[in-house]
Design a protein around this ligand. Sequence first.
Ligand SMILES: CSC[C@H]1O[C@@H](n2cnc3c(O)ncnc32)[C@H](O)[C@@H]1O
Ligand SMILES: [Zn+2]
Length: 444
Amino acid sequence: MNTLRVTGGRVLRPDGRVTESDVTIDRDAGTIVAVGDETVSDAEAGSDAEVASDGETLDASGSLVIPGLVNAHTHVAMTLLRGYADDKPLDPWLREDIWPAEAELTPDDIEAGAELGVVEMIRSGTTAFADMYFAMDRVADVVDRAGLRARLGHGVVTIGKDAEGARADVEESLAVARELDGAGDGRIRTAFMPHSLTTVGEEYLHEGVAEAREAGVPIHLHANETEDEVDPIVDERGERPIAYAQDLDALGPDDFFAHGVHLDGSEIDQIADAGTAIVHCPASNMKLASGMAPVQRLRDAGVTVALGTDGAASNNDLDVFDEMRDAAMLGKLAADDATAVPAEAVVEMATAGGADALGLPGGRIEPGAAADLAVVDLDAPHLTPVHDPVSHLAYAAHGSDVRHTVCDGEVLMRDREVLTLDAERVQERAATAASDLVDRVSES
Ligand SMILES: CSC[C@H]1O[C@@H](n2cnc3c(O)ncnc32)[C@H](O)[C@@H]1O
Ligand SMILES: [Zn+2]
């Protein structure tokens, strides 16, 4: 067996225990075959079940081995717009700043921004993400080269477009969903991605959702992000957005909605009954002053809650460690209860919850699971002493504490050096693309 062994570390297990165990990976299968003396059964592993001791090794001494983090909602190429427009609420921010800049984006820009975003994610221990944007063939190529997993989709906006333009946008999202599914040796999956229930017209939502169901791809959209998005739906339709999504057949068990800030009790019950996941984006929700999502209530109702950074223009980074801390802190404020959204809950949301929301493998370190993991160096002043490693993940660690990142059995970063992309070249290319973009926007 072509093995990778992660040795000498403490391992975060799916039940929250932390054990001193080596993790053995079958690199060809991209799966974990053993955690300590716990192995996949002979039946599962076939005749190769015996765990070999040769092969590559990653040193995890003094470190915590955790499932690769999942960034379940982003717009990865928006790294080019990091710090471009801050300190505004969602609607004017999009209309006055972001959409005019995005109108000038070329596929090369999107590739450059996506490369920068995936380098940032690999460096901070993220192994899977969901992305809604444009030029998704370029984004998929970047994901493939970087070695990550992703659920990708072209974002549809029909407001301001004529019927031909609107229909073409829906068709593009469906084509991306059909054609890119399974790319990157199966690490890339897709979804139909209408931007939101207010920025896509009803007839286009109906058509697109029906075709997505036929194609068997999930649906991802921004839902209940601001009151300004909820109110027009209530005023025009006499029903709340989640009921509207249900009428559209867009509220299914494989679907995942970003934000879910302004949800009432009946909407939480509808989401729980449907099995739809919510991707909580606490930093973006705070920065745009969108509101506080009812995370504890969602979890109490049995909803799968994942974490997302949203784009780097509303965050302003792609570090899921920050999202864990923000989710725990904001969750307590929202519930007016310091026991709400505890450390173990946000770690679960950033790992197994994220993988489950996206319908991707990973999120758990156990025999038979996908070999997606990050090794967090605990030997640092801000992580000393270690009373509780899970507390440190939620409240004290940063993405920069990640030492190694592995996805699908491949080492993407070893000792803080990204191996799959040339990080220096990526950074230079993105900086140039961003400054050229801003020049074009100011000339337009
Ligand atoms: C049509 S592709 C995705 C689209 O979404 C925009 N966007 C970025 N952040 C947010 C957010 O928090 N809410 C809604 N829309 C957002 C992005 O700029 C793209 O235009
Ligand atoms: Zn978003």
